[in-house]
Design a protein around this ligand. Structure first.
Ligand code: HPA
Length: 273
């Protein structure tokens, strides 16, 4: 029997102070990639939700962040075992849309390309270049009229503004720049990173697409908080390995993401009221 695609766990741990504010359904959906475990979010324990596009990566789990309820979804699955090219982006975005969120904030780890952008630091991508191939990148094609969605600004400028304001609230420096989306799961060659840099990419990751365009197709406001966890191929000082100190950089970057989210979620909640 097909499970309903509704979120499967009610947001938990409401305090008297937050109960009033969170009477409404959560307005924010978090899609969290690698580094999920560092964010002290509840692991979505229930089975993934079934959608018209197949199962989500994980159940939507209710969580309280900054005293407000959010839905969160583990992009790579509860066990972290779904590779970037194998993520069911359509199911994930569809489930958040069905849950009624307005804002979709994605947390994506990236490799740092731009000079001066270092692992452990955060960025708000303002543009993307899609180098992926063969991913299911549209909800269209099931008989409905084809729509050519506007994608000049792939990330919602209003939501990017809220992310930037939250970073400023916490005293966090945050970069902007172009996110190059590669197919993976292998990392890039140094020559590929040279090409991405010539193309204007400040960072490289594997998961911004088709997530961003699917959110746009469904009218969700979508933006990414990118966390640099390594120097991109050929960019590490003194030829150090890409994986050098990855765990340390991941921990540093995710502790910054956690601070930023605590400031961001109440802002988004208030903005949606
Ligand atoms: N390349 C692609 N995706 C990534 C990287 C990288 O160096 N680091 C984290 N995600």
């Amino acid at each position: 029997m097909k499970r309903k695609s509704r979120p499967q766990a009610a947001p938990t741990k409401r305090t008297a102070a937050t109960r009033e504010a969170s009477k409404a359904r959560p307005v924010v959906g978090l899609i969290v990639g690698s580094g999920f475990a560092h964010l002290a979010l509840p692991l979505p324990a229930a089975a993934p939700a079934e959608t018209p596009y197949g199962p989500t990566s994980s159940a939507l789990a209710g969580a309280a962040v900054g005293g407000r309820d959010v839905w969160c979804l583990a992009r790579h699955g509860a066990a972290g075992s779904i590779a970037p090219h194998a993520v069911n982006y359509r199911a994930n975005v569809w489930a958040l849309h069905a849950a009624g969120v307005r804002w979709c904030v994605a947390i994506n780890v990236v490799g740092a390309i731009a000079p001066g952008f270092a692992p452990g630091e955060l960025a708000i991508p303002d543009q993307l270049i899609d180098y992926t191939a063969g991913r299911a990148a549209t909800f269209a094609g099931r008989g409905e009229a084809v729509r050519h969605v506007e994608f000049t600004e792939p990330f919602d400028p209003e939501l990017r503004g809220y992310v930037a304001a939250a970073a400023a609230d916490c005293g966090l420096g945050i970069r902007r720049g172009v996110y190059g989306v590669t197919e993976g799961p292998r990392l890039e060659t140094a020559a590929e990173i040279d090409r991405l840099e010539r193309d204007g990419c400040a960072m490289v990751g594997m998961t911004a697409m088709p997530e961003a365009v699917l959110a746009r197709e469904l009218g969700l406001s979508y933006a990414i908080c990118a966390a640099a966890v390594n120097y991109a191929a050929g960019r590490a000082p003194q030829g150090a390995s890409i994986h050098a100190e990855l765990d340390r950089y991941l921990a540093v970057a995710m502790s910054r993401v956690a601070r930023l989210l605590k400031a961001l979620i109440p802002r988004l909640h208030d903005a949606a009221m």
